[in-house]
Write a protein that binds this ligand. Structure first.
Ligand code: ZN
Length: 78
């Protein structure tokens, strides 16, 4: 696997949607290639920051409460 191939699969790698055979190749590449290892570490760190601050994901009950309060507000204004 080349760096370009790895970078094109990196999103899938983080999503956990790569096939097992490809995952082995990715891990082999990461052992051999310091550059891609750094990219992975940096990206993982960034993802963790986003998760900690819940930028993308709201907890399920909070999301439902938010949606129902928005819906209630819409009904009042009609
Ligand atoms: Zn590489």
């Amino acid at each position: 696997m080349t760096c370009t191939e790895f970078l094109s699969k990196m999103t899938d790698y983080f999503d956990g949607t790569v096939e097992q055979t490809l995952l082995v190749e990715i891990k082999e590449h990461l052992c051999e290639c310091h550059h891609c290892e750094v990219v992975v570490n940096t990206t993982q760190h960034t993802i963790r920051i986003y998760r900690d601050h819940q930028v993308y994901e709201l907890p399920e009950d909070l999301r439902e409460r938010t949606i129902s309060s928005i819906l209630a507000r819409c009904k009042k204004s009609q």
